[in-house]
Design a protein around this ligand. Structure first.
Ligand code: FAD
Length: 348
């Protein structure tokens, strides 16, 4: 177990609202750490519609999901929030002087306040449906983000029909020498691909050259010997079960949001959302706030703009909580020399 990282505020979730939360906390002269199960910030904006345009961000008539996240990252830079990617928060427990928060990957935080900006849940890789593959996770069954060196010298099967699956299979097929797998297969349930035509064409040429095998069907289970997988049983498009020699499976089925253990942390929830007071965005647990898609209150709309408003009011409430006795006054970024100093600008 790692030594706890002490912070005034821990923001759980680095989607658009979590990032703007860090900015608003910065304007209150409060530093924070941000943790996300994804390796990079962005939440739904980058995972679900990175290249699609958004038209309803105030003052930005048109920007893609990725552009919005880049702009939010630039905006928050003066406050240098510490980002911990690839960490899913698995527990939160109130203590006398704040909260003990732990991630499933082994990080621990000691936070005076916590902001839940967890959206629709932690983005986790989709798994293969047959349960029998579960025991092989991390040993012979791997997910997106895996360093492909583990596939060296192995008979490898990539499963998925999105661009990421094709790219992974191409990446493995196009290496040669000692780092290369001995055999690469790509399996998808239909010969229909969710990818640019040029990428699909590159994959088909690779198959035609014999550098990759294409399997249209679905895996149904591993073939095991002494607990080790040496093949995969799969059903082809004609419904026939076949065996495929295989030492490693690289699952590339995209991501799905998982609420995980959040519901057991002791906060009031309504239909999988955290109930909040819409004046402060405080949850039912004193010191824990919730902003963005994860919260609910009368009139709630799951829009980025609404999340930005919520993060602003939550920052005021957190400042009042962390600095009791000090007046939290409204200041304008245009005219306040105090805010200019925090932002590192001269305001002219
Ligand atoms: C297809 C599509 C189009 C959309 N278009 C628009 C639009 O045009 N305009 C608009 O205003 N809104 C739009 N939305 C809605 C908008 O994307 C959401 O309102 C917004 O992303 C919510 O931001 P958020 O930061 O609250 O949550 P999210 O973007 O969901 O980010 C939450 C983050 O928290 C992380 N997380 C969750 N739980 C944990 C945990 N336990 N540990 C660690 N990390 C965790 C997740 O991995 C994720 O990165 C659209 C949504 C979709 C799906």
């Amino acid at each position: 177990m790692s030594a706890p990282i002490a912070t005034d505020v821990l923001v759980i979730g680095a989607g658009p609202v979590g990032l703007f939360q860090a900015f608003q906390l910065g304007l209150q002269d409060i530093r924070c750490h941000i943790v996300d199960s994804l390796p990079h910030p962005g939440g739904q904006c980058t995972e679900l519609y990175g290249d699609k345009p958004i038209y309803d961000i105030p003052g930005l008539p048109r920007c893609t999901g990725k552009e919005l996240i880049e702009r939010l990252q630039t905006q928050v830079k003066p406050f240098a929030p510490v980002f911990h990617g690839g960490h899913s928060v698995s527990s939160l427990a109130p203590q006398a002087d704040g909260f003990a928060v732990a991630t499933a990957q082994g990080l621990n935080f000691q936070a005076r306040s916590v902001v839940m900006a967890a959206g629709v849940g932690a983005f986790e890789p989709r798994r293969l449906a047959p349960e029998a593959f579960k025991a092989l996770h991390g040993q012979q069954v791997f997910f997106a983000g895996q360093d492909p060196v583990v596939f060296a010298g192995l008979r490898c099967l990539v499963v998925g029909g999105e661009a990421s699956a094709i790219e992974a299979a191409l990446q493995l097929s196009e290496v040669s020498g000692p780092g290369a797998p001995t055999r690469v297969g790509l399996m998808h349930r239909r010969d229909v691909w969710d990818a640019e035509p040029a990428l699909v064409e590159r994959m088909r040429q690779c198959v035609a050259r014999g550098q990759m095998q294409l399997h249209i069907g679905q895996p149904v289970g591993p073939q095991l010997h002494d607990g080790r997988m040496h093949g995969v049983d799969w059903v082809n498009s004609a419904g026939e079960t076949q065996a495929l020699p295989c030492d490693a499976v690289w699952v590339q089925l995209g991501l799905s949001p998982q609420l995980g253990t959040l519901a057991q942390w002791g906060m009031d929830m309504q239909r999988k959302q955290l109930a909040v007071d819409s004046a402060t965005f405080a949850t039912s647990m004193d010191g824990v706030y919730a902003v963005g898609d994860i919260n609910t209150y009368p009139g709630k709309q799951k829009l980025i703009l609404c999340g930005f408003h919520e993060a602003t009011l939550a920052a005021f409430a957190i400042a009042a909580r962390l600095r009791p006795g000090e007046r939290t006054t409204l200041q304008y970024t245009t005219t306040s020399t105090h805010l200019h100093r925090l932002l590192g600008v001269d305001g002219r």
